[in-house]
Ligand binder design. Structure first.
Ligand code: NA7
Length: 535
């Protein structure tokens, strides 16, 4: 195939590995390009202390191979970064995928020349392909705040999503963490355990639920393996790709005591199961307020110092309207004598100085290590940095000047034969990721099969894309999600990013049904053009 396969897949994480496997299985020539020197995607880069998945291990994995499901053994309820990376390395070997990838190969531009995509990589190589499939992840473009003086810092600083492979020695040192999203909340307790002093710079207090991580017993693992068919069926029928059935209890109809007891049981189960126990938590403000108040009461009783507890209590957004973290000893960590909390909403960061961080008030916090747990330019960011140019030489940046727009999250008008796994406008980040990824890859494989059989090129029509944007907006507006003004779902975490609610909040099963209907109807949302006529 030289440098001219049928399909180029960008990325070798969960999405890229499965895309290469699935598309290769159709008899197509497929090649993957990956910036890292190995597989893993998110789990290759995010090696910060405490990095762990919030989905449970027995379902945060591929479902496409019954044998793989039975062969692989997970060791904990939630898989840690190293274990997920081992799993993906195993998948790459088991399905002989590495031979189809070039590693240490970053794509810097990709242009549609009227018949094929022409890609350039950082090392100057050129690839062409008929179909371009992006598997670049949703949370892979690091968001490092533009703080004056950062270059003058005499210590070391790192973004959690670009953590050094050799690790960072924090033992006995003065460590600062900026950010209290899912990442900060995972890293803070682990860093605090070995740092000399840990200073947390918090802009927005966050809700968090105890994960209740634990080793996975042999009996539990065997039970899941025996039950996989049923587990997968629940995932497919669910709103979020998790195998939980959402409670049908009307919490508002309960007495205060009954409701408290329901919340307590859910709190003990922990993790994302807490949310599944509270029906309508993202639909009904009154329900949400009860759940939010319950979590606030837990913060008050966990954190010893009432002033610190109050500063840690979220008041500016309803529970779960920002991606709700789950934790191991997060709030308890503030009871340690070597941990302090700094409210940078009240007293913002003014500059990084050689010795640490200086606030607007002039207060200085001396630091040896500064950790940015400041998140990502989510969903659109990883696609924008590929340097895509579609038909008529239009850049993706121009096409998305008013905000990311796609059809079904799977393709972009004006960008023929480009398919975006878990793109903006798909449910992706609101779901269990491998479940969404497999659904996308299978759907793209069917579309490519159809295009090959009929010798067609395809891109979404502008009308279908506009209808989808409207539907994505309506789906978000039917929930409380847009109420979190600073959420990365809205692009609000990146200065200058257009405010568009990015993921599709209408539910995974419903979305899957719409994708299936699109395929069954012969892809009416796509402009299909004969290649022979184009040639
Ligand atoms: P998030 O959820 O975007 O969290 C980033 C955190 O960093 C959040 O607390 C932000 O505060 C804070 N932040 C960002 N920029 C700044 C500046 N300039 N100053 C102070 N604080 C700042 O990213 P995560 O990596 O934790 O999680 C991303 C997803 O990965 C997660 O949701 C899971 O899906 C996996 P803010 O709330 O914006 O005020």
């Amino acid at each position: 195939m030289g440098n001219d396969p049928d399909v180029v897949v960008i990325g070798a994480g969960f999405a890229g590995l499965y895309a290469v496997h699935r598309l290769r299985g159709l008899g197509l020539s497929v090649h993957g390009l990956e910036a890292a020197d190995g597989v893993g995607g998110t789990w290759y880069w995010n090696r910060y202390p405490g990095a762990r998945c919030d989905s449970e291990s027995y379902y945060y994995c591929y479902a496409f191979s019954r044998e793989l499901e039975q062969e692989w053994d997970w060791s904990e309820r939630y898989p840690g970064q190293a274990e997920i990376l081992s799993y993906l390395e195993h998948v790459a070997d088991r399905f002989d995928l590495r031979r189809s990838f070039s590693f240490s190969t970053r794509v810097v531009s990709a242009s549609w020349d009227g018949a094929r995509w022409v890609l350039e990589t950082e090392d100057g190589a050129r690839w062409t392909c008929r179909w371009l499939v992006t598997a670049v992840g949703c949370l892979s473009s690091a968001n490092v705040p533009d703080i004056p003086g950062l270059e003058s810092f005499a210590g070391e600083w790192h973004h959690t999503g670009q953590w050094p492979h050799e690790g960072v020695d924090v033992a006995g040192r003065r460590v600062g963490v900026v950010g209290t999203g899912s990442t900060g909340i995972q890293a803070i307790p682990v860093l605090a355990a070995s740092a000399g002093h840990l200073t947390v710079f918090q802009r927005t207090a966050n809700f968090s639920i105890p994960a209740r991580n634990a080793p996975l017993s042999a009996d539990e693992a065997a039970g899941y393996k025996a039950d996989y068919a049923a587990i997968r069926a629940v995932q497919q029928a669910s709103t979020n790709g998790h195998p939980f059935v959402i409670s049908d209890v009307d919490t508002l109809a309960l007495s205060d005591e009954e409701r408290r007891s329901l919340f307590e049981r859910a709190w003990e189960r922990g993790g994302l199961r807490f949310r599944a126990a509270v029906r309508d938590v993202l639909a009904d403000p009154a329900v949400n307020e009860k759940a939010s108040d319950f979590i606030r009461s837990k913060i008050r009783t966990t954190v010893d110092d009432p002033v610190v507890a109050e500063a840690l209590t979220p008041r500016d957004h309803p529970f779960a309207t920002k991606r709700p973290p789950i934790d191991t000893d997060y709030f308890e960590t503030y009871n340690r004598p070597n941990v302090s909390l700094v409210d940078v909403r009240a007293d913002p960061v003014d500059a990084v100085v050689p010795g640490g961080v200086r606030l607007a008030s002039g207060a200085e916090h001396p630091l040896d290590v500064l950790v940015f747990a400041t998140g990502f330019d989510a969903l659109s960011g990883p696609l924008l940095r590929l340097g895509l140019r579609g038909a008529d030489d239009v850049t993706l940046a121009d096409a998305w000047a008013e905000g990311a727009a796609t059809y079904l999250g799977l393709g972009v008008a004006g960008f023929p034969n480009l398919f975006t796994i878990t793109g903006p406008g798909s449910p992706s980040v609101l779901t269990n990721m491998p479940t969404s990824i497999e659904q996308h890859v299978d759907w793209i494989a069917d579309l490519v099969t159809y295009l090959r059989a009929h010798d067609l090129d395809a891109e979404p029509t502008p009308e279908a894309q506009a209808r989808w944007a409207e539907h994505v907006r309506e789906a978000a507006d039917a929930t409380l999600l847009p109420q979190a003004a600073s959420s990365w779902y809205l692009g609000a975490n990146v200065p200058g990013k257009p405010r568009v609610f990015l993921p599709y909040a209408g539910g995974f099963a419903r979305y899957r049904g719409m994708c299936d209907a699109e395929a069954e109807a012969g892809y009416p949302g796509f402009a299909l053009r004969s290649r022979r006529r184009a040639a």
